[in-house]
Design a protein around this ligand. Structure first.
Ligand code: ADP
Ligand code: ASP
Ligand code: MG
Length: 436
């Protein structure tokens, strides 16, 4: 069984939803994971912000605008009265639910329930469409099996144990539709896998059912060698290894959710990135195979905070780094990059929720400097130690860019540098010119 995920633009209009049918209706067994229609999750975030601020009038008018959009979608999507009626009832129930929050207490739990509405809507609308045109499908509620644990990590054991019986209820059925992004947390409340999380749903489901292949269908023909939103003349990469793809996703290649490669890698399931607008394009295939020995791609991750920790003779004093890391561990704050010298350590974090508390504890035994709005630029390829000259090519390309940190040698497929966020575009353009 394959898992196919279609992103926001791939279900972004009635026309796009109709076009999906030819990509999924080949009689082969599959689970189709859908995102919310493009723009919906952003609107739901805005509605949540208004509700938090008790700006009920604003929330209501945002809800009205979104509802109008969906009313247009159903009139374009369905041709017969029964499907239209079902569509109207669906919209009434979801939009009345959204409106109910203008009267209720609003907490983080209600916010998450609001964020889940986009995927619940897109999957039901698509399922009704299939029904109307006579294509048999089963709507699988993701909230019945997708779960994260108390560390907000997918609970693969639970998911495996719950999705299998769910599928088994429909023996002989081939086409299953489910929601991306949404899940329940360790307390059973509605939660989500963070923005872009439908990719993660697809790879988690793929791992849970030991799928033959996971396909991520989006609006571009695979992973490109650089960020196409920033740099002109990028090109798709035919093959990537799991490690290479995981680095690119984690360090900012928006085409993939930051941590979605791991479940596929753990179970060695190929991931194919494909373009719904150009289904015949080869895209990118991600497997355990390491191919080529060159620089393949660059990606950039914004909003990084660099922390420089200084103390006299710190490296000779063993245990120093442990006391530093323990503080980050206690505050559940992952460190991305790290470089050391005899007197100082520089490291970067992305999650600044506990920055002040971390700083205070560090200052008890060393001096601390913090720089915000930094960008990690990650250069990915196969840099096996036997080959020379990769670092030279990278730094030659960046001769006019001030670099704050460099990390090389951590793995065989990554060189990371830290630059001021304002230099991100210049850095990506310079690397494109120098490397590709
Ligand atoms: P979806 O809604 O299908 O999940 P996303 O917007 O999340 O789609 O991801 C696809 C977008 O990722 C592309 O339109 C492209 O602009 C952006 N992107 C950023 N970096 C890359 C890259 N290296 N390769 C391909 N696409 C990238
Ligand atoms: N709808 C969610 C988002 O916009 C999840 C996704 O599209 O992957 O972030
Ligand atoms: Mg996405």
């Amino acid at each position: 069984m394959k898992v196919l995920k279609f992103g926001g633009t791939s279900v972004g209009s009635a026309e796009r939803m109709k076009a999906l049918v030819q990509l999924i209706n080949d009689g082969e067994p599959k689970i189709v994971v859908l995102s919310a229609m493009s723009g919906t999750t952003n609107s739901l975030v805005e509605i949540g912000v208004a509700l938090y601020a008790k700006e009920h009038q604003k929330a209501n008018s945002l809800i009205d605008v979104l509802e109008k959009k969906y009313k247009d979608v159903i009139t374009q999507l369905y041709s017969g009265a029964p499907a239209l009626q079902k569509g109207r009832e669906l919209l009434d129930s979801h939009f009345n639910y959204l409106r109910s929050f203008t009267m209720d207490l609003f907490t983080v739990n209600e916010e998450r329930a609001i964020l889940a509405q986009g995927e619940l809507l897109s999957t039901a609308l698509f399922h009704y469409y299939l029904e109307e045109i006579g294509v048999e499908s089963v709507l699988l509620p993701a909230l019945n099996f997708m779960r994260i644990d108390e560390n907000e990590e997918p609970d693969l054991k639970y998911i495996e144990a719950h999705i299998k019986p769910e599928l088994a209820k429909y023996a002989g059925k081939k086409l299953f539709i489910t929601q991306g992004y949404i899940c329940r947390n360790a307390f059973g409340e509605i939660d989500n896998l963070k923005r872009g999380g439908s990719d993660y749903t697809a790879t988690i489901v793929g791992a849970a059912i030991q799928s033959d292949e996971i396909q991520i269908w989006t609006d571009i023909d695979g992973m490109h060698n650089n960020d196409p939103r920033i740099v002109d003349k990028t090109h798709p990469i035919a093959e990537l290894s799991f490690d290479e793809a995981a680095e690119l996703a984690y360090f900012g290649a928006k085409i993939l959710h930051p941590t979605c490669i791991l479940p596929a890698q753990t179970r060695n399931i190929p991931v194919r990135l494909l373009n719904t607008m150009q289904p015949e394009a080869k895209g990118t295939v991600i497997t355990s195979k390491v191919s080529g020995d060159s620089i393949k791609a660059v990606a950039a991750k914004d909003g990084i905070t660099a922390i420089k920790i200084k103390s006299g003779r710190m490296l000779l004093a063993y245990g120093f780094l442990r006391s530093v890391f323990e503080i980050f561990e206690r505050y559940k704050t992952p460190i991305d990059m790290i470089t050391t010298s005899e007197v100082a350590v520089s490291l970067t974090i992305d999650n600044t929720r506990h920055l002040e508390a971390i700083k205070k504890e560090l200052q008890e035994f060393c001096s601390v400097e913090v720089d915000t709005d930094q960008t990690i630029v990650c250069i990915v390829g196969n840099f096996s130690a036997a080959k020379q000259g990769f670092a030279l090519r990278v730094f030659e390309s960046l001769k006019n860019i001030p670099i704050r940190m460099i990390s090389y040698g951590g793995s065989e497929n990554n060189i990371s540098i830290l630059v001021d966020g304002k230099l991100k575009k210049d850095t990506l353009v310079a690397l494109n010119k120098g490397l590709f």
